[in-house]
Design a protein around this ligand. Structure first.
Ligand SMILES: *Cc1c(COP(=O)(O)O)cnc(C)c1O
Length: 376
C-alpha cells in the first residue's frame, strides 16, 4: 500500500481519496484509473516484490485498496462481494472448536453461512438480538460479529462498549459496517478489530457491481485475510474493482445527499397517518436515537416503515414514481421492499426504504403522495 497521510478527518479523507493516485503519476500517465486484466506479468529472474500472477496481484485492486484505506484509515483487502469479505474475515479468524457470536436479526446470509457452513467445520455458533447484544457478556467467544444498525430492523448496539468488552474477554470483534459506510460510522475508531462491508451498496452506488472489503489495523489479521483471498481464489474481477473505484470518487457526495434527504424525509413519513411506526436512528423518538447520536457520524439513508399490512405496503411501493421495488439498497435510485417477503422477522407491512440521490423535495412529494394513496 502506498503512503497515506495520517490524522485525516472525514472531509479531508474524501478530498484525499480523489487526489491520492494522481499525485503519484509520472508525466503522460492517465488521470483516470486504468483497468488491468492481465493474469500474467513480465517476470524474468527473481520474482520477489514484483506482481507475478493475477490471482495474487492486480494494479486495479491495489488502487482500489489504497482508496478504501484512505476512507477506513486502515489497510484494506478488496473482495468480490460483501459475503466474500464476511467469509474471508470469519474463515481467517475461526477454526474447529472456536466460538462465534452473530446477531439474530442481522443480514440473514451471515447467519446462514455461520449455522450451515462454519458449524459443519466445528465452529460453535450462538445468536443474540442486536438490541440486547451485550446481555450475557462475551466470555468464551473467540469471534463476536456485530451489525449496527442491523439490517433490516435498524436496531443499534453500543460499539465502543461491546468492542472493549470483547477485547477484554480475549475475543476478536468484527463489525459489518455496510449500512453506514466509513463515512457514516467508524467502527475501527470505536475499538473494533475488523470491519467488513458490502461495497455493492452505497460505495458502488449505481447498482451495477458487487464488491466488498475487509479493513483492519491488526497486521496479523490483515495478512491472514489476504492469504485467504489468495488461497481460496475468491478474488474480485478487475472490472468490478475499477467500477467500485469510480463509485468511491463520488461516495461522499452521494452519501451526504442520501443522509440529508433521509433526515428531512423520515419525520414527515413518521407523522403521516398511513404510517403505524417508523425506525430511523435520526428521529428523536427512535429507541436508538441517543446511542446513534454518540456513535454514528450520520444517521444513514435507510428508513423502516410499518404500514400495517402487506397490501398497504405493496401499494405504497408500487404507486410511487421514484421508488424501485428491489432488494438491496444504497443506490442512486431510491428503492424499497417488504422484508417479510424474504422471511425476515419483521411485520408483514414493514418496508425498508433506501433513500437515493433524487432531489429531496421531489422525492418527499412523491413519497407523501404515495402514502396519501394508501389510505385514500
Ligand atoms: C448486502 C449485505 C451484505 C452482503 O453483501 P453482498 O455484496 O450482497 O455479498 C452483507 N451485510 C449487509 C449488512 C448487507 O446489507
Amino acid at each position: 500500500m502506498s503512503e497515506t497521510p495520517k490524522d485525516l478527518n472525514s472531509s479531508t479523507r474524501a478530498a484525499e481519496l480523489l487526489h491520492h493516485r494522481g499525485r503519484a503519476l509520472s508525466k503522460g500517465e492517465p488521470i483516470a484509473l486504468p483497468i488491468t486484466t492481465s493474469s500474467m506479468f513480465h517476470l524474468p529472474g527473481d520474482p520477489a516484490e514484483t506482481p507475478g500472477y493475477g490471482r495474487v496481484d492486480n494494479p486495479t485492486w491495489e488502487a482500489l485498496e489504497d482508496a478504501l484505506a484512505i476512507l477506513e484509515d486502515a489497510p484494506c483487502v478488496a473482495l468480490p462481494s460483501g459475503m466474500a469479505a464476511i467469509s474471508a474475515a470469519l474463515f481467517a479468524c475461526l477454526g474447529v472448536g472456536k466460538r462465534l457470536l452473530v446477531p439474530s436479526d442481522g443480514y440473514y446470509v451471515t447467519r446462514v453461512l455461520s449455522s450451515e457452513f462454519l458449524a459443519a467445520f466445528g465452529v460453535d455458533v450462538s445468536e443474540r438480538p442486536t438490541a440486547a447484544f451485550a446481555e450475557g457478556g462475551f466470555d468464551g467467544f473467540d469471534v463476536v460479529f456485530i451489525e449496527t444498525p442491523s439490517n433490516p430492523g435498524l436496531d443499534l448496539c453500543d460499539l465502543k462498549t461491546i468492542c472493549a468488552d470483547v477485547r477484554a474477554a480475549g475475543g476478536i470483534s468484527i463489525v459489518d459496517n455496510t449500512t453506514l459506510t466509513p463515512i457514516g460510522q467508524r467502527p475501527l475508531d470505536l475499538g473494533a478489530d475488523v470491519v467488513v462491508a458490502s461495497d455493492t451498496k452505497a460505495p458502488g452506488g449505481h447498482s451495477d457491481l458487487l464488491m466488498g472489503h475487509v479493513a483492519t489495523r491488526a497486521p496479523a489479521l490483515f495478512a491472514r485475510v489476504k492469504e485467504w483471498r489468495k488461497m481460496s481464489g475468491c478474488i474480485p474481477s478487475p472490472h468490478a474493482a475499477w467500477a467500485l473505484y469510480r463509485g468511491l470518487e463520488t461516495l461522499e457526495l452521494r452519501f451526504t445527499r442520501m443522509c440529508d434527504s433521509a433526515d428531512a424525509i423520515a419525520p414527515v413519513l413518521a407523522a403521516h397517518p398511513a404510517v403505524l411506526s417508523t425506525r430511523f436512528p435520526g428521529l428523536p423518538t427512535d429507541p436508538s436515537h441517543n446511542l446513534a447520536a454518540t456513535q454514528m457520524e450520520r444517521f444513514g439513508f435507510l428508513i423502516g416503515l410499518d404500514l400495517g399490512s402487506e397490501e398497504r405496503a405493496e401499494r405504497f411501493i408500487s404507486s410511487s414514481r421514484y421508488l424501485r421495488p428491489a432488494t438491496s439498497f444504497g443506490g442512486v435510485h431510491s428503492s424499497a421492499e417488504r422484508r417479510a417477503r424474504w422471511g425476515d422477522d419483521v411485520p408483514a407491512g414493514y418496508v425498508r426504504l433506501s433513500v437515493g440521490c433524487e432531489p429531496t423535495e421531489a422525492l418527499l412529494k412523491d413519497l407523501t403522495d404515495s402514502l396519501d394513496g394508501v389510505i385514500a
